[in-house]
Design a binder for this molecule. Structure first.
Ligand code: 0RA
Length: 650
């Protein structure tokens, strides 16, 4: 080893250091943000490396452990990151991978690295943003280790023993000074990504374990994710609360023009379209060329079959592309060597040649299926015809709602207490559960910029209703007219006339109980299905009312969680007399007087609002389908399990 290498101070490694410094200075540039999303991104980044090793055919088991101190361990049984001297850098390859930005994917060119995409910033990034990281490599009979602090190696890679295992183990503790909001990992968030990864990469076993908590039997909470059928199972999972109308999940897997394509789809008796797409395991929320390819293949094949069948002969109007996708649940997953990501959130695939690859793959798959399953083919075409008829009815109903708005003078619903300011950028509208809470909100608000729209009871379950039916619903009509924008499932309606939007903050305010969470989900479903652009533009929020009022003499404090409550009780109790602190549990918004509602939940100075994001459309869709689908059991179970979370991320 040269002198330089021993110290690890070659010119290149100084540059590497600067790269690492840059990650710490501008973390959001690398991982998106430094909130909970970015925090969880660290785990995905490390796991992606192991997935790459699995895709290269060298690894079939990955274990992810949340340790007691909130560090995370990711283990795999791959070849182990090479530990030999890296010629150019003069230090161990392991050290290069861990401390040089962008070094991650340089070794293996053949596999479709996630690198270069949305993730793929490399494990060095995780290292830079960790207080401490410990890498252990099992390779060629030996164990090698290196530790780092905030991305800097504490010692050169050293052998620490013998082993007949192969693999890599990385344990990292996120840096609190970077992730200031929290470094607490959410088990369910990690679980849903691991589940997704197991469907997208069949054959790999991913074990997730939480060592922070034990179940009743005294065991650590753990889940094992493994899929033998891949996307086929993913579709079944997404549709488990819906009723299928055809016998199988239609699936294909293969390579077209050099692009590996996987597709799975089925039809259910709902009216919703659930289409999810992935590129190199990344959920492409904004779609792109692969999704266009899927749509094109689907429409062309079904249209041709329908035309030849004669079933369309009596139909008086054209069938539109949307009609072929009512009740469709489908997943498209492609692997692209050099993906170009576009769009607002860089989750839209731009590579032109992928469209025809996917379109051809889908056409071939579907043609075969329709030939071999004529009964299913007939059922699908009948469904398409019904969808086309309903679309016509919906168009009329939509026009009626829009026309009524114009006729009724101001066009605003009678129940809306509008604000005086007219500048949408500063205006807010609260959609409030129940007339009584609505009354408090009206009294408590700042009427200059805050409008209140009380909603009575439950709004319609839009997933189960056909589009034209939802326009008969008073509450939904009120929301639509209050907001002032267009709506609907058709392409032209989806491109909302955003400039007409009357409020740039739309705040859902419901009780912090099971009914409240159900109503919130119903409203979210409506926005998700019919005004998705509002979510995408960040206009939709959830109000977070406090759970407790704590009183000691003249002191009044509010608590938003159990932890909050315990902390504040300690704080305001005199001489440790915690019993003397009065605790009032708020069951509903109605229990707060207007002033309390203002101070805790509506006053921009003190309130906390949760912005609704489309984190993972697949997860959100599953959530919606579980809550809204036909089967009651999974819905109950879900609501009960999640009732403790005051907020649902969609
Ligand atoms: C490059 C080359 C080789 C292994 C890996 C990367 C590798 C990286 C990671 C990251 C997490 N787990 C991993 N497992 C393997 C091996 C090349 C060889 O052995 O010939």
């Amino acid at each position: 080893m040269s002198e330089k290498a021993k110290k690890g101070y070659s010119a290149d490694s100084i540059q590497a250091l600067e790269g690492m410094e840059h990650v710490r200075m501008r973390p959001s540039m690398y991982i998106g943000d430094v909130g909970t999303r970015g925090l969880h991104h660290l785990v995905y980044e490390v796991v992606d490396n192991s997935i790459d090793e699995a895709l290269a055919g060298h690894c079939d088991a990955i274990t992810v452990i949340i340790n007691e101190n909130n560090s995370v361990t990711v283990q795999d049984n791959g070849r182990g990151i090479p530990v030999g001297m890296h010629k150019k850098e003069g230090v161990s390859a392991l050290e290069v991978v861990m401390t040089k930005i962008g070094a991650g994917g340089k070794f293996d060119k053949d596999s479709y690295k996630v690198s270069g995409g949305l993730h793929g910033v490399g494990v060095s990034c995780v290292n830079a943003l960790s207080d401490h990281l410990h890498a252990i490599v099992y390779r060629e009979g030996k164990v090698w280790e290196q530790e780092y602090e905030r991305g800097k190696a504490l010692y050169p890679v050293k052998p620490t023993g013998d082993s007949d295992k192969n693999g890599t183990q990385v344990t990292f503790l996120p840096d609190k000074s970077i992730f200031q909001q929290t470094i607490e990992f959410n088990y369910d968030t990690l679980a849903s990504r691991m589940r997704e990864l197991s469907y997208l990469n069949k054959g790999i076993t991913i074990i997730l374990m939480d060592k922070r908590e034990k179940d009743e039997a005294g065991e650590f909470i753990t889940d094992t994710f493994h899929s033998t059928e891949g996307l086929k199972e993913f579709v079944k999972f997404l549709d488990n609360a819906r009723t299928p109308i055809i016998n199988h999940v239609i699936a294909m897997e293969g390579e077209k023009n050099g692009t590996p394509v996987e597709v799975a789809m089925t039809y259910n008796d709902s009216y919703a379209e659930n289409l999810h797409s992935y590129v190199n395991n990344i959920n492409t929320h904004e779609g792109g060329t692969h999704l266009s390819g899927f749509r094109r293949g689907l429409t062309a094949t079904l249209k041709k079959y329908a035309d030849n069948s004669g079933m369309l002969d009596k139909l008086k109007f054209e069938i539109s592309g949307d009609d072929f996708r009512e009740g469709l649940t489908a997943i498209v997953s492609v692997k692209v060597a050099e993906p170009q990501f576009e769009g607002q959130t860089k989750t839209k695939l731009g590579n032109r040649d992928v469209t025809s690859a996917v379109s051809q793959a889908v056409s071939e798959m579907l043609e075969d299926y329709l030939e071999e399953n004529p009964n299913d083919a007939k059922i699908i075409i009948q469904k398409v015809i019904l969808a086309a008829q309903a679309r016509h009815a919906a168009k009329k109903a939509r026009e009626m709602v829009q026309r009524k708005n114009v006729l009724s003078g101001t066009g605003l619903p009678g129940k809306l207490a509008d604000c005086s300011d007219k500048d949408p950028a500063v205006c807010e509208v609260y959609l409030v559960e129940g007339d009584s809470a609505g009354g408090s909100a009206k009294q408590g608000r700042d009427r200059k910029f805050q409008a209140i729209l009380p909603l009575r009871g439950k709004i319609l379950n839009v997933e189960k209703a056909q589009e034209h039916k939802i326009y008969d619903n008073e509450e939904i009509k009120n929301i639509i007219t209050a907001l002032g924008v267009s709506f609907g499932t058709e392409e032209d309606a989806k491109a909302l006339n955003m400039e007409k939007l009357r409020y740039h903050k739309i705040v859902i305010m419901t009780d912090a109980d099971i009914d409240g969470s159900h109503i919130r989900t119903l409203i979210l479903t409506f926005f998700f299905r019919y005004m998705r652009a509002l979510i995408e533009n960040g206009y939709l929020y959830i109000a977070l009312p406090p759970l407790y009022l704590l009183k000691k003499g003249k002191t009044e404090r509010y608590a938003w969680s159990e932890d909050d409550r315990m902390r504040i009780v300690k704080e305001i109790a005199t001489e440790g007399k915690e019993d003397a602190v009065g605790v009032q549990r708020y069951k509903g918004l109605g229990e707060m007087n207007p002033e309390q509602l203002w101070t805790t939940t509506m006053d921009p100075e003190h309130r906390s609002l949760k912005q609704v994001t489309i984190e993972s459309a697949a997860e959100a869709d599953h959530l919606f389908s579980m809550l809204m689908g036909d089967e009651v059991a999974p819905r109950r179970e879900f609501i009960e399990k999640n009732a403790k979370y005051a907020n649902v991320d969609v």
